[in-house]
Design a protein around this ligand. Structure first.
Ligand code: ZN
Length: 343
């Protein structure tokens, strides 16, 4: 089959569009004919040499949408050939202590499709049947591929970690990012008031279309915490969802009200910061990392995907032989939502 894979690390030129053996369905698995797969920053890390298990070559692509073409005999699933699905790319062992406690997000041996295992930039991919979740008939594969990782991440951060409430003022960084664009939708779904940031006015207009109540151009207002305070009667926000990291860290903390919660799930602007600890001294803030995500939160998210309340946000679409170009576009960040590859 045709696939996009790496056999050594490097820049976008390390991505090979070529032939790989068709996958074989193991017991308990389904095989999908992939129709679309989306990019994540994680792909750029894996390509450049970031942490993954196993050896190369590896087919990339963590977000997968496709049609079930094979169900392994004996698989305990209601899925049938022809079903349209997306994949939860995290495969848990199911029998370690954490999995048995219902804390599968902490499964120490979990493997990720498209990172530790071959992924969806291909014609076919296999996965445990339990990782495949049906999508609405009316939703295109291209839109569906834009949902799994960023939707799951935003849901986990806002709902599970952040304990979002209808009366919360929520600051969501990077409206144009995958996590940001999903976070806006999820926060509005819970009835919260959303303040969001982006670096260009066209992205802020799109954020409003997704439901954002207030928008801030962080290039024009780098000290955005002052604007956040103005928008919240001087109090600050209850909850921050951040996928940016170092560049906005201190302003994030200054944007929070007493007792506010922050969940960080990405550090695309950098990992090191000179933090003024006096901000925390005397301000009881709850600072949380995102960490792994559970099967349960994926199931919860799929309910709102299937009732039409959560939509995939597609920025640009590329054919399978242009994944390298998509990686270059990903690096420049001049798009809104997700970059999707059609197979
Ligand atoms: Zn486990």
């Amino acid at each position: 089959m045709k696939a996009v894979y790496i056999s050594e690390h490097g820049g976008p030129e390390a991505l090979i569009h070529g032939d790989r053996p068709d996958p074989e369905v193991a017991p308990g698995e389904v095989m999908l004919r992939v129709h679309a797969s989306a990019l994540n920053h994680l792909d750029l890390n894996v390509r450049a040499g970031g942490g993954y298990r196993g050896t190369l070559p590896r087919i990339l692509g963590c977000d997968v949408a496709g049609e079930v073409v094979t169900v392994s005999p004996g698989a305990e699933t209601s899925l049938k050939v022809g079903d349209r699905v997306i994949l939860d790319n995290r495969i848990k062992c199911g029998h370690c202590e954490n999995c048995r406690l219902g804390l599968d997000q902490y499964c120490p041996t979990q493997l990720r499709i498209g990172v530790d295992l071959d992924g969806g930039h291909a014609e076919y991919v296999t996965a445990p049947a339990g990782n495949a979740h049906k999508i609405p008939d009316s939703m295109s594969f291209t839109e569906a591929a834009a949902i799994p990782i960023v939707g799951h991440t935003a849901w986990h951060c806002l709902v599970t970690q952040g304990q979002i409430r209808p009366w919360d003022d929520v600051l969501i960084q990077a409206a144009g990012s995958g996590v940001g664009s999903m976070g806006i939708q999820i926060a509005k779904m819970f009835g919260a008031r959303v303040i969001t940031t982006a670096g260009s006015d066209w992205k802020l207009e799109k954020a409003k279309e997704l439901g954002a109540d207030e928008v801030i151009n962080y290039r024009e207002v780098p000290n955005f915490s002052q604007r956040v305070k103005e928008l919240t009667d001087g109090k600050g926000v209850d909850l921050v969802l951040d996928c940016v990291g170092a560049d906005v860290w201190e302003e994030n903390l200054l944007s929070m009200k007493q007792g506010g919660r922050l969940v960080i799930t990405g550090v695309t602007s950098g990992t090191r910061t000179n933090m003024d600890l006096s901000i925390l001294h005397g301000r009881p803030l709850h600072l949380m990392g995102s960490g792994g995500r559970s099967q349960r939160t994926f199931v919860d998210m799929m309910k709102v995907v299937n009732n039409g309340a959560l939509r995939g946000v597609v920025g640009r679409v590329f054919p399978l032989d242009q994944v390298a170009e998509a990686h270059r576009v990903m690096d420049q960040r001049d798009f809104f939502g997700k970059l999707v590859i059609e197979s």
